[in-house]
Design a binder for this molecule. Structure first.
Ligand code: SF4
Ligand code: SF4
Length: 576
């Protein structure tokens, strides 16, 4: 008998959203709309309605003023109001009200003065003058069984009635960002004692699929509110008249591939052989298969690969806003031939795509396209002089294949401000680390180490990702995007040191540190007396007037903060 270790393969519901959700609570929910109108028979045996409610949902008891979702947050859940009333703010609220940082850039004088005012203690903090959430900002922190919530003391002062919409029992909110992995578009606050059912997106999608009325309602809202604008942003459709865009939106298919919480799986995937990894990636389109539509990537990343011997060779990676399949679609339409997909497209982590069927393109789009918008011809038709639209061809075709594989395999393609170091130029002088320390109270916010390919290192510094999975689940919203720059920053005041962000970051770029006073003594929680822990990471020198100190300090031009999601930027730097 083989003497190997055996483990139980994890199932869809191995980790329920709320392990305390019991049969009684589920029975109660089944008596509430919209679940009363759902036919349990229409759900599959492996995923019954009661199972979805038990495993993919949790009940939250909220007090008046609790912020339920914040504009700009990332989250994977939709919410159903079981009882009570909520307010949606129709205008953006100041970051400090939402528990976020509101760092102003320092002037030159203050930035320079900081160099000699830095504390000589590690991770020193002075909270004496800090506005905690319940001073001046009109907000505070409140603990519930579902976690810590930021709440508003005085709702009408922060959200005046003329800038709010009221939601009542049975209404749903937060579903679009949950389904499309995009930031929340508005802040929603409890306007009374409330019971809210949070449903994570996997379960929510299942409910939409099984309940026609609910699915139609949500889909209609999305097609009307967001999809038309999204299609209009796509180069191929930019010049189409409004009525055609409306018809296209009606016939667009939504698809998702891969794992929403990809960061956890990614760490274990790295240990596998590359060919094995590729084969495990969910297929969006397979080389050699029949061309059935145009794919638009709405969120996430996908690997473009070609069969090579027994395995696959990565050709490029595609991200948000990129399209796949247009060349084949146009070729087949223009020539009457039926060429299959020339390449395969696979999900890297989690990808959210829109698919427009060939028949729809042939009817609504292709006859209206100007010749100048045509993509490059397929390889065996080259030379007819029509290859003008280079943006519709894979962009990374000339990147050194080993470098591209390195960036894809490690998912550095997620980084918009990754720290890339040319080890041929770097003399290991650590001027970059010292510059970082002097702009952050003597506490450097990165480590000059990290994975290396050839002479290129991606250092362990926050990359300010396109898909900042670190932001998922922060209970106080302390980690969030800076509204102006889009950089990912942590508000030290509202961080409760729970480590959710550090555990979610797939690149190990967040450190949890114990904070001290200026004499080096640990700062302790006033109630528990335990040392206070905070999350820290590179903030791209958010407060400095002149940008990231690390890059400016490098005397050998060896370090750059670079947008790896743009292959053109990478090629420009690595080939100079
Ligand atoms: S902390 Fe990690 S996941 Fe978050 S933006 Fe930085 S590198 Fe990306
Ligand atoms: S440790 Fe991270 S997730 Fe937790 S409160 Fe602080 S910033 Fe948010």
């Amino acid at each position: 008998m083989e003497n190997s270790t055996r483990i139980k393969f994890p199932a869809r519901w191995s980790e329920p959203l709320d392990p305390d959700m019991d049969a009684r609570a589920v029975d109660g929910l089944l008596k509430v709309a919209p679940f009363t109108a759902m036919n349990p028979e229409s759900f599959s045996e492996s995923m019954p309605l009661s199972g979805i409610l038990k495993n993919d949902s949790r009940l939250q008891q909220l007090e008046k003023g609790d912020i339920i979702v914040r504009e700009g947050d990332y989250g994977g859940s939709a919410f159903l109001i079981v009882s009570g009333e909520a307010l949606v703010s129709t205008r953006s609220l100041p970051p400090e009200v939402l528990g976020r940082g509101n760092k102003e850039r320092k002037g030159w004088g203050r930035a320079i003065a900081q160099l000699w005012r830095n504390s000589n203690q590690t991770e020193a903090r002075d909270y004496s003058k800090t506005k905690t959430p319940n001073q001046d900002t009109g907000t505070g922190l409140r603990d519930h069984s579902s976690g810590t919530h930021v709440f508003l003391h005085d709702i009408p002062r922060v959200i005046p009635p003329e800038h709010s919409i009221t939601l009542g029992e049975g209404e749903i909110f937060g579903e679009i960002s949950a389904l499309t992995r995009s930031a929340r578009s508005a802040t929603v606050v409890a306007n009374s004692k409330m019971v809210v059912l949070e449903i994570r997106w996997q379960g929510f999608r299942e409910l939409m699929l099984r309940n026609e009325a609910m699915g139609q309602h949500i889909e209609k809202r999305y097609r009307e509110n967001s999809l038309q604008a999204h299609l209009r942003e796509t180069e191929i459709f930019r010049d189409l008249p409004d009525d055609v865009i409306r018809k296209l939106a009606d016939r667009t298919i939504f698809q998702t591939f891969g794992n929403y919480q990809w960061s956890h799986k990614f760490k274990s995937t790295l240990k596998k052989d590359i060919s094995q990894r590729i084969l495990n990636e969910p297929l969006i389109a397979e080389q050699g298969d029949y061309v059935d539509g145009l794919v638009l990537i709405r969120n996430g990343f996908a690997r473009l690969s070609r069969k090579h011997g027994e395995g696959h060779q990565t050709i490029a990676y595609l991200g948000k806003g990129d399209t796949f399949g247009f060349r084949e679609v146009v070729h087949n339409w223009a020539t009457g031939q039926q060429r299959p997909w020339m390449l395969s497209l696979r999900s890297l982590g989690f990808v959210d795509v829109l698919k427009i069927p060939v028949t729809v393109l042939e009817e609504l789009v292709l006859p209206q396209l100007r010749e100048s918008s045509f993509p490059a011809p397929l390889p065996d038709l080259a030379g007819d002089g029509k290859a003008r639209n280079r943006r519709l061809t894979p962009r990374a075709k000339s990147m050194e294949p080993g470098l591209m594989e390195f960036l894809v395999e490690n998912r550095f393609i997620n980084g918009t401000q990754a720290m890339m170091i040319d080890l041929d130029r770097c003399t290991r002088c650590d001027d970059c680390v010292r510059a970082c320390a002097s702009t952050h109270d003597n506490n450097p916010r990165f480590v000059r180490h990290g994975p290396v390919h050839d002479h290129w290192m991606i250092a362990n510094a926050c990359m300010h990702c396109l898909d900042p999975v670190c932001m998922i689940g922060c209970p106080t919203g302390a980690i969030g995007r800076d509204r102006e720059t889009g950089n990912v920053a942590i508000n030290d005041t509202t961080c409760i040191g729970c480590s959710t962000c550090a555990n979610n970051c797939p690149y190990h770029n967040i450190q949890m540190v114990q904070v001290n006073d200026n004499r080096g003594n640990p700062i302790r929680d006033s109630e528990t007396s335990l040392p206070v822990i905070k999350a820290t990471k590179c903030d791209l020198c958010l407060e400095q007037p002149f940008g990231p100190a690390c890059q400016r300090a490098c005397p050998h031009d060896a370090l750059v903060r670079i947008d790896i999601s743009s292959p053109d930027d990478v090629m420009e730097w690595t080939e100079k």
